[in-house]
Design a protein around this ligand. Structure first.
Ligand code: PMT
Length: 411
């Protein structure tokens, strides 16, 4: 088996033509590509395109024609292909393919191969926005993510059907880079347990209203994914978010700051590193009315109490026990970014604070990129600059490991 041999499954969507570019991108990165096309995919692109690009036979059907021996050989072909490849990537993964994978239907070569394949599976869905948002598709995506598959969510933008929204196949270069990272991943966190918090918390005002903070969970989920891909066991304490959990991560869902505190303290003893990316609401209503508060024309005042500062409490606990756990906080700031991060580093007894500038629209909350400076207990200020949250997550982990060595905080 070539070390980077991949099966490229092509589904029947308008984005099928982009799979040819993906094949080329992957080959440039040293992958050996074996293409499997569904019958629908062949309506959009001819197998010859992929055969010419890859220089290899393209699998287009379950049972080949010819002699009885040929038919018999082709009937076990899916097992052979499954065993001889390192990774399965499906792009575009249509709504129909996602449904058949999710439910274990094996009625053509690609779906049969999927069941026989034991390696990592990467799915890049692409379809019309309404089809992507349909609860049936979302349920199937959730099932597949829960099974440990890597889902590369579709991009937003104009679609072939004339509408605009999420549904576009991400750029082939991005999918190829994702696969490259997956197969060349490091194992420097093997045997570690890492606690990550992510997303916002919701503090109820009555049974129908709440206050919250801005956070999509993307930064925290990127941290969790990076740590898991480098071999760590990850406990992801997450406020309510709309994104799928990374592969192999234990998600502990919470709503309020109090619930997040309880979950963090419960899992703290087993973790060597704690990364607090969550945007925890700073205030809550101590006495929550049991019934919906009626709207009147009168002004309404709320008396709010501070929520528990979980990071500060964990900092004190680590210091009290001298447990050697590495504590990383985040700070979202709109001004005096580094000065504020340094203040939080001291006040909350952290080893590192990741300061992100959230003054602009292109970085920080909800978007895919962040702009980050690290301040550390070793009195370093490290500019990581602007990059995708996933790329920054690896760089933050790199620096965290260096810092742990410098501080002799190995447990
Ligand atoms: O989720 P995304 O859309 O990707 O956005 C990511 C992010 C911008 C939310 C994230 O990168 C980030 O910066 N998170 C920290 C948000 C913040 O402003 O935190 P803070 O300054 O309020 O708190 C500082 C630190 O204390 C944080 O690590 C926070 O988790 C922690 N904290 C805060 C309050 C509290 N009651 N308990 C805490 O533990």
């Amino acid at each position: 088996m070539a070390s980077h041999s991949a099966i490229l499954g092509v589904g029947g969507g308008i984005a099928a033509y982009k799979a040819a570019e993906l094949a080329r991108e992957l080959m440039e990165r040293g992958f050996e590509i074996n293409v499997v096309m569904t019958a629908a995919a062949q309506e959009f692109v001819r197998p010859l395109t992929f055969a010419a690009l890859t220089g290899r036979k393209v699998v287009t059907e379950m049972f080949g024609a010819g002699s009885a021996e040929d038919v018999l050989a082709s009937s076990v072909e899916h097992i052979r292909v499954a065993q001889q490849n390192r990774v399965l990537v499906v792009a575009p993964a249509t709504a129909d393919l996602l449904a058949r994978f999710a439910h274990g239907l094996a009625n053509d070569f690609l779906t049969t191969l999927y069941l026989a394949f034991e390696g990592p599976v990467v799915l890049a869905p692409a379809m019309n926005t309404a089809m992507w948002r349909h609860p049936a598709t979302q349920e199937n995506v959730k099932t597949l993510a829960g099974r440990g598959h890597f889902i590369i969510p579709p991009d937003e933008g104009p679609l072939a059907c004339g509408t605009s929204g999420p549904g576009r196949l991400p750029e082939p270069a991005r999918i190829a880079a994702y696969l490259e990272r997956l197969v060349t991943r490091r194992h420097d966190l093997d045997g570690e347990t890492i606690l990550v918090t992510a997303g916002p918390t919701r503090e109820p005002l009555d049974p129908v209203r709440f206050i919250t903070n801005r956070s999509s969970g993307k930064m925290g989920y990127a941290m969790a994914e990076a740590a898991a891909q480098r071999g760590a066991k990850v406990v992801l304490v997450s406020g309510p978010v709309q994104i799928a959990a990374p592969e192999g991560v234990e998600v502990v869902p919470v709503q309020t700051a109090a619930e997040m505190r309880a979950a963090v303290l419960q899992h703290l003893p087993e973790c060597g590193m704690v990364i607090k990316t969550a945007a925890v609401a700073d205030y809550h209503l101590a006495q929550i009315p049991k019934q919906k508060v009626k709207k009147t024309a009168m002004r309404l005042s709320l008396e709010l109490d501070p929520t528990p500062d979980i990071l500060a409490e964990v900092g004190r606990e680590i210091e009290r026990l001298n447990s050697g756990q590495l504590l990383i906080g985040f700070a979202a700031e709109t001004e005096n970014v580094v000065a504020e991060a340094k203040r939080k580093l001291q006040a909350k007894k952290c080893d590192m604070v990741v300061a992100n500038n959230v003054a602009g629209d292109a970085t920080g909350f909800e978007v895919d990129e962040n702009e980050v400076t690290l301040v550390t207990r070793a009195k370093e200020t490290i500019e990581l600059g602007r990059a995708t949250k996933r790329v920054l997550a690896d760089k933050i982990l790199d620096e965290a490991l260096k810092l742990r060595l410098a501080l002799h905080k190995d447990r």
